[in-house]
Ligand binder design. Structure first.
Ligand SMILES: Cc1cc2nc3c(=O)[nH]c(=O)nc-3n(C[C@H](O)[C@H](O)[C@H](O)COP(=O)(O)O)c2cc1C
Length: 245
């Protein structure tokens, strides 16, 4: 190989690497929670491709603890109706509680401030004043119609699996969201469904050993909607990293 061809090969490799870095970083950093979707359907092949890619997520001893229920059309509408019926009646809603604690029981700094900020920022964008119960309820309620996304994903795991599998599962869920971005799709992971896990179990006919973990909206973002302009903050690396040595 002469000098000219060697350097052009090197250039090609460097360009490929730079492009790969850009594309992977792009898919990760453009992921954000979308809370208004277009009715544009998502082809079944796209959903299967996303789940195939995400199934490459690692898991301790390759246990692959994930199980996904995909709802569209009539079953999705039925699920929405059942959950919203319970959510709209405070007496009924109070009889539904989440099965596992997603959030801490005690909120301390800095987590409580971050939690409040994202809430204020979202409701501020939507022009929902603090204390406006009706509009707060209506916005929260949109969770249960998957923010109008054509696809709802419901993630479950065998009850026999323990805390380590929750780590594995998080990697799988993030992979779903990143693979969706690579296909021009958007998502919103949703723990708001957790309170109504009994309704989900019933609607999906889940066997006793399957525990509902959380849901996700999947579809094409409606970029005309103000709630989708929300971009959340992150702490800089130095704030959460300790370099030893
Ligand atoms: C497991 C999980 C559950 C979540 N549940 C909800 C939810 O029920 N409703 C909602 O609107 N957002 C939900 N979110 C989105 C978070 O509010 C969001 O990820 C966070 O504010 C950071 O913003 P970003 O996703 O736009 O980067 C959830 C996120 C995760 C990871």
């Amino acid at each position: 190989m002469n000098e000219t061809t060697a350097s052009s090969e090197e250039l090609k490799t460097a360009a490929r690497r730079a492009l790969t870095t850009h594309l992977v970083d792009w898919a990760i950093t453009t992921r954000h929670s979308v809370r208004a979707f277009l009715p544009t359907p998502v082809p079944r092949e796209a959903i299967e491709a996303i789940l195939t890619v995400a199934s490459r997520a690692p898991s301790g001893t390759n246990t692959q603890p994930w199980k996904v229920h995909v709802v569209t059309g009539y079953p999705k509408a039925q699920l929405t109706a059942a959950v919203q019926r319970a959510f709209d009646d405070p007496r009924v809603a109070s009889t539904h509680t989440e099965e596992y604690a997603y959030y801490p029981r005690e909120w301390i700094s800095p987590f409580v401030e971050r939690r409040r900020k994202v809430g204020w920022d979202l409701y501020g964008l939507l022009g929902i004043a603090k204390g406006d119960r009706e509009r707060t309820h209506a916005q929260h309620r949109r969770n249960y119609q998957f923010f109008d996304a054509p696809v709802g994903l419901l993630f479950t795991m065998d009850r026999v699996m323990d805390q380590g599998s929750f780590l594995d599962y998080g990697m799988f869920i993030q992979s779903v969201m990143v693979a969706a971005r690579a296909r021009g799709l958007d998502t919103c992971p949703q723990a708001s469904f957790n309170q109504f896990h009994r309704i989900i179990e019933q609607e999906l006919g889940l066997p006793k050993n399957e525990r509902f973990l959380c849901a996700m909206s999947l579809g094409y973002a409606d970029t005309s909607k103000v709630e989708n302009t929300l971009r959340t903050e992150r702490e800089p690396v130095r704030a959460f990293t300790v370099f030893h040595g």
